[in-house]
Unconditional design. Structure first.
Ligand code: GLU
Length: 419
């Protein structure tokens, strides 16, 4: 049986990075657990007059380099172990992009589609009442993640301001523009995934206009990735989506699916199930499709051993956090499929969160062009540096990325006298 406990997988990655990078074992001992984890109960007055109590978490993995940074997700499968693992991945992600942050992550165990707007607002505010003493633009900085967005950040910021009396917009990122959000933040993760997909194609000699992509997920990351891939000349030939009623379903068109038609259809129907511009296939067929690139942009553990055996792609670019299980990772490495890891591929989001925080500190705001013109070279630089380590040390892309980031984090820990 595969081990799907995310914190155990995250620890294995940390351990292997310490070994491969010849990094002091004490670093592993310090980083294998988060510095702080909070669990709270959030009572919400429901619309029908009843009270429902939800469980929320916030994990601050490391503050070696700076305040902890990372999103808050609303999902029925949120657990403390998942949040801990995701916060560790955020430490690595911030290290990869040389951001002045450590890693954090939060979540509430809830299916937000079952809540009314008012209940959701109550829940978001209750979450902040439970953890606000441990938040701050120099302590721990939340942002959107799965099923949360700018609107949720707006409620959270408002609750924070009411509780503390201080208007500190930089305590949250991914805010609406009118509340101090950054231009380009919503698009940033998908755009970054696209830059990295382009870079890996250049490295392995794939011509963009002849490169086919299959994509899992059409949420914030998946939909913008789709859009920017198409803008760059790629052909997205299949999309795997999930629906509450029917579960997984996929769309396939060997000539490419049109982003414009797809997003219009989604806007009008709130689902893609009956989209006419592609054939409907099932998830098994989706995972067996022949394509150049696969981009999983849904949840962790989507690609297990069974799927890893049947994939017919050259490269996987991880748009989601932790989409490949550790056993699937081994199989894919053996099969010679290159995996560009999440902590590099999807780091565009937190990088623009950092720009948002900088703009909040200055009280001076940038154009979208300026945001993107900073994001692209900084992602290219990380990509090139990691590629070099991968080639020099003969590592997998994932191993090289972890080593690259851990060298930075461990150096900060050393200079602070932590070991
Ligand atoms: N939730 C996003 C991630 O996993 C963004 C985090 C942030 O902007 O702080 O990278």
């Amino acid at each position: 049986m595969e081990n799907l406990n995310p914190i155990e997988n995250a620890r294995l990655q940390l351990k292997s990075a310490c070994e491969l990078g010849d990094i002091d074992k004490k670093v592993y001992e310090i980083l294998k657990n988060p510095q702080r984890v909070i669990e709270i109960s959030i009572p919400v007055k429901m619309d029908d007059g009843s009270i429902k109590v939800f469980t929320g978490y916030r994990s601050c993995h490391s503050t070696a380099i700076g305040p902890s940074k990372g999103g808050v997700r609303f999902h029925p499968n949120v657990t403390m172990d998942e949040v801990k693992a995701l916060s560790m991945w955020m430490s690595f992600k911030c290290g990869v992009m040389n951001l002045p942050y450590g890693g954090g992550k939060g979540g509430i165990e809830v299916d937000p589609s079952e809540l009314s707007e008012r209940e959701l607002e109550e829940l978001s505010r209750g979450y902040i009442r439970g953890i606000y003493k441990y938040l701050g633009d120099d302590i721990d900085i939340p942002a959107p993640d799965v099923n949360t967005n700018g609107k949720v950040m707006g409620w959270m910021l408002d609750e924070y301001i009411k509780l503390t009396g201080h208007h500190r917009p930089g305590v949250f990122t991914g805010k609406p523009i009118s509340l101090g959000g950054s231009k380009g933040r919503t698009e940033a993760t998908g755009l970054g995934v696209t830059y990295i997909t382009r870079n890996i194609c250049h490295k392995i000699g794939l011509k963009l206009s002849e490169t086919s992509v299959i994509l899992q997920g059409f949420g914030n990351v998946g939909s913008y990735t789709f859009k920017f891939l198409e803008d760059m000349g790629f052909k997205v030939i299949a999309l795997l989506e999930w629906d509450k009623e029917i579960g997984e379903y996929a769309l396939y068109n060997k000539n490419g699916i049109s982003y414009e038609k797809l997003s219009k259809f989604k806007e009008q129907n709130d689902t893609l199930i009956d989209f006419e511009g592609a054939n409907k296939i099932n998830s098994e067929e989706f995972w067996s499709l022949k394509a150049d690139i696969l981009i999983p942009a849904a949840l962790e553990n989507s690609i297990n051993e069974e799927i890893a055996e049947k994939l017919d792609v050259k490269v996987i670019v991880e748009g989601a956090n932790g989409p490949v299980t550790s056993s699937a990772d081994e199989i894919l490495n053996d099969r010679g499929i290159t995996i560009v890891p999440d902590i590099l591929a999807n780091s565009g989001g937190v990088t623009v969160s950092y720009y948002e925080w900088v703009q909040n500190k200055y009280g001076y705001y940038w154009s979208q062009e300026e945001v993107f013109s900073r994001l692209e070279p900084s992602m290219n630089e990380a990509f090139e540096n990691i590629w070099k380590i991968k080639e020099e040390k003969n590592l997998t892309f994932r191993q090289a990325t972890y080593v690259y980031s851990l060298i930075r984090i461990s150096e900060a820990m050393k200079y602070r006298g932590w070991f």
